[in-house]
Design a protein around this ligand. Structure first.
Ligand code: NI
Length: 179
């Protein structure tokens, strides 16, 4: 009987309420959106880059750093707007998800893109962290997508293209090891 009682007690201790499970998921998703610990963060990926290299396409590569940065910004913005705005119209795939040219159109465009990317990421994080948000139910105006799925998609897409930016910077000789 004693061992049975022990089992019952430990089972009780390990049972989380659905609210607690959701809180766990939210904290893991936020961790992933913020970089996840497996690689360096967005700030380090894009910092310290001379303007003259932002529009260069190394031989054999179809994109420049500007193209990757803008592609990340536009894609994340599209995911965010899809989640929060029923009237959002996505850009036309694929051209609408890339900038028109390989280089920033003017001096302020690079920093504006970084600023907007960070603002949209923060908005997505806030949406995920908002206790009134239902992360697991299909988004009413979608086709089965949930906020959880869209947040994971954004984190995955960002991580994929940040890796490409680092590689491109290496090819340009514009990468300092962070140790
Ligand atoms: Ni992409």
């Amino acid at each position: 009987m004693k061992s049975g009682q022990t089992a019952t007690r430990s089972q009780k201790e390990s049972v989380l309420t659905s609210k607690e499970i959701l809180a766990e998921i939210v904290s893991h998703v936020l961790y992933l959106l913020r970089g996840g610990g497996a690689h360096i963060g967005f700030e380090d990926v894009v910092k310290g880059l001379p303007p003259e290299n932002r529009g260069t396409r190394p031989q054999g590569l179809p994109f420049s750093l500007w193209m990757l940065l803008e592609h990340m910004r536009i894609s994340q913005w599209d995911i965010l707007e899809f989640c929060r705005n029923p009237k959002h119209v996505s850009p036309v795939w694929p051209d609408g998800y890339w900038p028109k040219g390989p280089a920033p159109p003017d001096g302020g465009a690079w920093n504006k893109s970084i600023h907007d990317f960070n603002a949209d990421l923060k908005a997505l994080e806030d949406l995920v962290a908002d206790p009134s948000t239902d992360m697991l139910s299909p988004i009413p105006h979608g086709e089965g997508q949930t906020l959880l799925r869209e947040a994971l998609l954004a984190a995955d897409h960002n991580s994929y293209h940040m890796g490409q930016i680092v590689l491109l910077r290496r090819l340009l000789g514009e990468w300092k090891e962070t140790g």
